[in-house]
Ligand binder design. Structure first.
Ligand code: PLP
Length: 417
């Protein structure tokens, strides 16, 4: 007898499981397009030159606890980055708290909205979306509802709007500030304005999930356009959840910022106190190293200048891989229209292939060497492209490079024929 007799096994997170299977595959040709982590032109993780500079500038700084709300220099610099030029920033109406990356920022935002007695009971997320949205907000006790987002290679604006119009003041809506995950389809500026006006009219609370600021277009200001439109042009209250995982390549350092843009300095102060309280209740205080790096990157002009270049390096390599993949598929005359791949934006490509085709691309992993494959003949392993991607058909374009894009295009071509 065990106290855990009633416990039910929960399957591992599917995207982390893709990484696990990829790592277990011994084939040299294997391609990992699963998890959204940037890779350089050799398929290797990239430490940004700006981050190297920042690390060199930090030096020995001990291992004491940070304050509960995190490193002040980081919080101030990160808030400036997202809200530069807004009255809310100038007037000190923004509560901030350092968080465990973007995920931790969303968690604190969700917890704080409850603690603040905001009346919000329902959270709207897009269908499809980043897989953790539903799990997180339902775990916090919210009712999670989905809004259709994608149809035939495009943002499904009409259906999105018709469901958004049914939301009320007891709702918050999660908005991908840019580079919608997984579809890569963002609203146009005109569409953003219409979305914002429904949100304003129906008094829905906007939560911007901003995991790709600067990483998407290469320009932070460009990527922060929607956030600033809501906050500055319409003067709305909002939560903006920032991650520096992708934009600084600091995935494992877990560095992010949760913010509430509020109507007054007094409310900002209250919301700051609630964030601090929620941080204390969950992780007590955040880790220091990533915060020191990000603060040095953002707060040192010479390093910030290098970071601006690094953002362009990453975003333009991804754009060129999109283009390359598209031209490969075109020259192979792969059945279907693939133009959505070059219209999409951000880290991901939403291919639209079926789960069976995704499985076919990965192939059954057999614990045999390439020699055995050879000896047993082509039929021994029925499907053997060793391409790893999310079952939703999403590929991380950052996993492509000059060395594997042709291989992947051919595999995809084979899978859809
Ligand atoms: N939100 C979205 C839409 C994402 O794509 C991600 C990362 O993939 C995150 C949030 C959070 O990531 P992290 O917690 O690593 O910052």
């Amino acid at each position: 007898v065990s106290i855990f007799d009633n416990a039910v096994l929960i399957p591992t997170d599917s995207i982390f499981d893709v990484t696990r299977r990829y790592l277990a595959d011994e084939t040299p040709d294997k391609v990992n397009l699963g998890q959204g982590t940037y890779r350089d032109e050799n398929g290797k993780p990239w430490i940004l030159p700006s981050v190297r500079m920042a690390k060199a500038s930090i030096g020995e700084c001990g291992h004491e606890y940070l304050p509960i709300s995190g490193l002040k220099a980081f919080r101030d610099e990160a808030a400036k980055l997202a809200f530069r030029g807004t009255r809310a920033l100038d007037e000190d109406r923004i509560a901030t708290c350092q968080s465990l990356s973007g995920t931790g920022a969303l968690l604190l935002a969700g917890m704080a909205l409850k603690k603040a007695d905001s009346g919000i009971t329902t959270i709207y997320i897009t269908d499809p979306t980043w897989s953790n949205h539903s799990l997180m907000f339902s775990s916090l006790g919210y009712e999670v509802k989905t809004i259709p987002y994608y149809k035939q290679g495009r943002f499904d604006f009409d259906n999105y709007m018709s469901v958004l119009r049914t939301a009320d003041a007891n709702s918050a809506v999660v908005l991908h500030a840019c580079a919608h995950n997984p579809t890569g389809c963002d609203p146009s500026r005109e569409q953003w304005k219409e979305i914002a006006s429904v949100i304003q009219e129906r008094r829905i609370f906007p939560i911007f999930d901003s995991a790709y600021l600067g990483f998407n277009s290469g320009s932070v200001n460009e990527d922060a356009w929607a956030i600033r439109y809501f906050v500055e042009d319409l003067g709305l209250e909002a939560s903006v959840c920032l991650s520096f995982a992708k934009s600084m390549g600091l995935y494992g350092e877990r560095i992010g910022l949760v913010t509430f843009v509020t109507a007054s300095v007094k409310i900002a102060c209250t919301m700051g106190s609630i964030l601090e309280n929620m941080q204390r209740a969950t992780v007590s205080n955040p880790p220091a190293y990533g915060a020191r790096i990000a603060a040095a990157v953002l707060g040192t002009p010479a390093i910030a200048e290098q970071w601006a270049k690094d953002l362009i390096t990453m975003s333009s390599r991804i754009k060129s891989m999109r283009q390359k993949l598209y031209s490969e598929l075109t020259s192979l005359q792969t059945p279907g229209d693939w133009s959505h791949l070059i219209k999409q934006t951000g880290m991901f490509g939403y291919t639209g292939i079926s789960p069976a085709q995704v499985a076919y691309l990965e192939g059954e992993y057999l614990h045999v060497s390439r020699y055995e494959h050879f000896v047993h003949g082509a039929n021994y392993v029925t499907d053997k492209h060793h391409v790893y991607m999310a079952e939703t058909s999403r590929i991380s374009i950052a996993g492509l490079n000059e060395g594997n894009v042709t291989y992947f295009a051919r595999a995809l071509d084979d899978a859809v024929r």
